[in-house]
Design a protein. Sequence first.
Lengths: 125, 125, 125, 125, 125, 125
Amino acid sequence: MTLDRRAKALAVLEQLDPDAPARVAANLDALSDDFLEIVLGFSFADVVSRPGIDLRTREMLTVAALMAMGTAPEQLEFHILAALHTGVTREEIIEILLQIAVYAGVPACMNGISAAKKAFAAQAV
Amino acid sequence: MTLDRRAKALAVLEQLDPDAPARVAANLDALSDDFLEIVLGFSFADVVSRPGIDLRTREMLTVAALMAMGTAPEQLEFHILAALHTGVTREEIIEILLQIAVYAGVPACMNGISAAKKAFAAQAV
Amino acid sequence: MTLDRRAKALAVLEQLDPDAPARVAANLDALSDDFLEIVLGFSFADVVSRPGIDLRTREMLTVAALMAMGTAPEQLEFHILAALHTGVTREEIIEILLQIAVYAGVPACMNGISAAKKAFAAQAV
Amino acid sequence: MTLDRRAKALAVLEQLDPDAPARVAANLDALSDDFLEIVLGFSFADVVSRPGIDLRTREMLTVAALMAMGTAPEQLEFHILAALHTGVTREEIIEILLQIAVYAGVPACMNGISAAKKAFAAQAV
Amino acid sequence: MTLDRRAKALAVLEQLDPDAPARVAANLDALSDDFLEIVLGFSFADVVSRPGIDLRTREMLTVAALMAMGTAPEQLEFHILAALHTGVTREEIIEILLQIAVYAGVPACMNGISAAKKAFAAQAV
Amino acid sequence: MTLDRRAKALAVLEQLDPDAPARVAANLDALSDDFLEIVLGFSFADVVSRPGIDLRTREMLTVAALMAMGTAPEQLEFHILAALHTGVTREEIIEILLQIAVYAGVPACMNGISAAKKAFAAQAV
């Protein structure tokens, strides 16, 4: 059962970024394999994989939340790229940036622009 | 032109809540009518009315951002109700609450549950 | 298994406040019983019940985190009371308030004082 | 010396609101008189009373910071009123509200409008 | 009209940093020229250029808000330098840092010290 | 007396990291020696040195608060290392990371993991 939970979390992560499972697992397991089991199990196996909202829209929501919070720039860049992987367009990312300027302020938008530029460049490779 | 901007902002606000324009205008104009012209003009006339993302999805993004920030409980309640008005379902609000538990923590989700209950009750009237 | 997870979460919650399980379950289940299963399952069954740090110290950490964040005053009051239930003294709560004044600022400390006063009064009943 | 520090803090507080010293001292001393000595001593005796920026401008800065943070609505209301007491005009408070809409987002501005309305009403009494 | 709004925004930006308009326009236009028109139009043409508070004091308020928020270190550095350009002294920046230690905590002050050191070094060039 | 306050603050800082006093004093004094006297005096001489909670537990609280806030990654790394210096184990840091995933969200936990890895590596040297 524990293996299933870990495997299920990594399978969702793979949908967000095909290269992420190996990298993220290595990063987390180096500290404690409880992170993948408990934290990513909660995130991806329990929540993000639920059918009530499609993955593409979930990534738009996550991008909006992370832009608004402003405390996780690397994860914002990861989720903008994941959003692109799940079918969100660059034009939609730009609309989210404008929406966040309204609700979280211009500096949050500017930080988001920096993250978006990195994600767009990573996608272009 | 200024009247157009004010009128356009209030027209978008009316789509979010048919009762809001009169109430919000009275609230803001009591302090300075620049708020409606400049701040709601920026919010609604310049950004939220843009066609790049439909209004229903924009409200989902706003709900996610406000839940994650945790600093505007009344506006969160307003935008959950506005989301319902634009076609978001209660089931989708529940999914956003779970998504926010992952990305902003369980207390942010619990605050969101309180706001959602109030919005659901207001909708039922 | 699902029942076990729910039951385990409620058993930890009962250690924090004997009256909480019935109240919290009713509050969450009214919206969706997934919250108790998924969100409190993660919080209490997966994390807070772990033996690596005792429950008393965990509550001190939670109180410090919620005071610093400043976005969940009701949950802060709940966890100050829970901290008292698990053996934290009022003197220690006062020390946490001073520590938070340093690391999150005087307004965070003042908000914490309001929550502490309510929790102390609730304990006295 | 300790008495001097306490007295100096209360003297600055009195400049912000003539009624505050008795109320604040009673509120804090009920929990521990270390708060007034250490926390308000730091705030008012060590920092706010410094001559490098006049008290009127300091209150404008404090209002901007508290509006941007969004986690201390009661203290924001107190400092808007204190700003008015030190000579800041209502027109300047409105300008700060607009500036905060830019740098912290429209919801922060809206929360600030609520606090400003309460402070303006309290001043009018 | 659109050109006027863009030009007006860039003219205010030039007062904050003579080198900024070309750099900022290139940075934003690479993604979408709507950012300059809508977001900087709102920021600078609609708000920061208003006469109700002079530009020097506005920059002090922006520095205080950004230090308190703690989520935009690059923009904090930019606005500390802009504050110096508009006549704010280094001594006043130090006073704002102390004021922010009180209202947003010592880590916010320490982050602000890092930004101030970079801005002071950039000014010295 | 002023010298005593400065000396006392640096003595507490030395308990957190034997190399810190010289480095921190040089960093702060370069801007103004008021920071060490006033800000670190408040932090360490007035608060952290109080006997009501032992230094080891205080560092756990500070780590929890900084992880939850998410705005001071360098200070978080410093305090994780300081926690290890005062006797907190790596296993306890991992428990705090899990606790913070619950109360501040998974991105706050992930940022904390990055800081913990750097602190663990610095300790190993």
